[in-house]
Design a protein around this ligand. Structure first.
Ligand SMILES: C[S@@+](CC[C@H](N)C(=O)[O-])C[C@H]1O[C@@H](n2cnc3c(N)ncnc32)[C@H](O)[C@@H]1O
Length: 272
């Protein structure tokens, strides 16, 4: 049962190959971001997947974390990525083959995981909940498939923390509104612990990192998409958008451009 309201390119209903290519490129850029790398490393260390365990990666995208989990649970374990987007699943399968990784990938939805109760020792779910209109239900599904004593790591962005500088004060509220509209649940990052507790899981540790872009680069695809959406929604004029772009370009030339967003993580376990 797929979440019915597509709100972003990352929604499961977006299966256009051109969109998939853009998603893969975006995921690869994000995977290289030092903040993403640090928070992933932190969360994997706390999750502590061990040889022989059964791992699940919900909304596995290109499968980068499924492959890491597969390596951690070898020998004797199993790591499965559940991913509803066929294009992303194909990329994940291809990359797993190139790496000779035993990671497996299943079609499925976070809201109705294709696994029996108490089937998994560890679950990873990164930047998926923000794309769902009912993320609490997805966390309840994760709790269902975790065995008693099993562990889970949730990682998600909180789009209210998006900062773009320089931007005229009258343009900033428009950018903030557009940024929040890119996800169905833009404040997912701050809600992770609450969803885990509501699902009967015990929260062990919280973490965060800031995803900073290079101050010498404007990160144009994001900035252009935000500018276009703000103009499209009548929140800023074309002239204001052009001034924003010019200001950012000039700042980037001096290494003074700032673009950041905070990503949060929560690690929890299912009580025995
Ligand atoms: C921003 S990407 C994150 C991918 C990967 N977890 C990562 O961090 O690299 C969001 C992922 O959520 C998946 N997704 C969207 N809706 C979903 C749903 N209802 N159930 C499971 N996955 C979903 C998308 O197809 C995409 O792979």
């Amino acid at each position: 049962m797929t979440d019915p309201r597509p709100t972003s390119a990352f929604h499961a209903a977006n299966t256009d190959p051109a969109v998939t290519d853009r998603m893969v490129a975006a995921l690869d850029v994000q995977a290289a971001n030092p903040g993403v790398r640090r928070l992933r490393e932190w969360a994997h260390a706390r999750l502590g997947a061990r040889p022989g365990e059964r791992a699940l990666d919900v909304g596995s995208g290109t499968g980068s974390e499924t492959r890491l989990l597969a390596a951690a649970v070898a020998p004797g374990g199993e790591a499965t990525g559940v991913e509803p987007n066929p294009g992303l699943r194909a990329v994940a399968l291809q990359r797993a083959a190139v790496d000779a990784s035993p990671a497996r990938f299943l079609d499925g939805d976070a809201l109705a995981l294709p696994l029996p109760d108490a089937d998994r020792d560890v679950v990873w779910c990164e930047r998926v909940l923000q794309h769902l209109t009912d993320p609490a239900r997805a966390v309840a599904e994760i709790a269902r498939v975790l065995r008693p004593g099993g562990r889970v790591a949730l990682l998600d962005t909180d789009w209210s923390t998006f900062v773009l500088h320089p931007a005229d004060p009258e343009v900033r509220p428009a950018l903030a509104a557009v940024t929040r509209a890119t996800a169905a649940t833009p404040d997912a990052g701050r809600r992770l612990a609450g969803w885990l507790s509501a699902a009967g899981l015990s929260v062990d540790e919280l973490g965060a990192d800031v995803l900073l872009q290079d101050p010498h680069a404007v990160a144009w695809p994001i900035v252009r998409a935000l500018g276009a959406a703000a103009v499209g929604r009548g929140l800023v004029t074309e002239e204001q958008r052009d001034r924003l772009h010019a200001g950012l370009t000039a700042a980037a030339e001096q290494g003074a451009c700032h673009l950041s967003v905070t990503m949060f993580a929560a690690v929890a376990h299912r009580p025995r």
